[in-house]
Design a protein around this ligand. Sequence first.
Ligand code: PGA
Length: 256
Amino acid sequence: MRKLVAAGNWKMNTMLSSAGDLASALAGKVKQDDSIEVILCPPFPYLTTVKEKVSGSSIQVGAQNCYHEAEGAFTGETSVGMLQDVGCDWVILGHSERRHVMGETDGAINKKVVAALAKGLGVILCVGELLEERKADKTNEVLETQMKGGLSGVSADDLKNVIIAYEPVWAIGTGVTASTEEAESAHDFLRKWLTSNYNAESADSMRILYGGSVKPDNAEDLMSQRNVDGALVGGASLKADSFGGIIDAAQKLAKG
Ligand code: PGA
């Protein structure tokens, strides 16, 4: 049985006090609950504060990016070791905004994935197609390229520390959510890809999250699909009420 994940990607939002307040409110709600996993991914400057505010709860903290080198003259970058030093358990890699706004390639993403896993930092690897790629019937092709590229050199053993997030780019921040059928079909494709490129055990235990305009009112339907194991949430993770509603949906499904 795969444990459902509710992950909040705060992107470049919040300030010190609002980040702390949001983390405190969610810690008070989640408390110690091991029926699901809740991960908060605030901007770098607020990682320490968020980590402090969620201490005593089961909430984990993740970063939104990292660099593959361990240290040195890399102005503006943040290493895996630094993230672990401030209490991160996870890092989001390959988010569509990194790919399409910052121009990150599968090769650059792969170096980060390998560096994070080598140090035992969990990776939430995002994959997803553009609208024109979906319209041209290229969704699976794009997913395959991004999985192959992102996970190059990653062993089945290291895969235990990976979560995949399927995030169709056309659904991110647009209010347009993939239908449950569209989400399930992409997730099913990803799990089959894992079976043929790794093995059935790795594929069965992999959590594959859906991301793209997840809200409290669509979270339960999406997460109840057979191959959807939780949500990576942007906009709706910025308010305790709306992210709380998504956590409620996951807890309800987890507890049957
Ligand atoms: P959204 O973002 O929930 O605001 O669509 C999701 C994401 O980018 O991870």
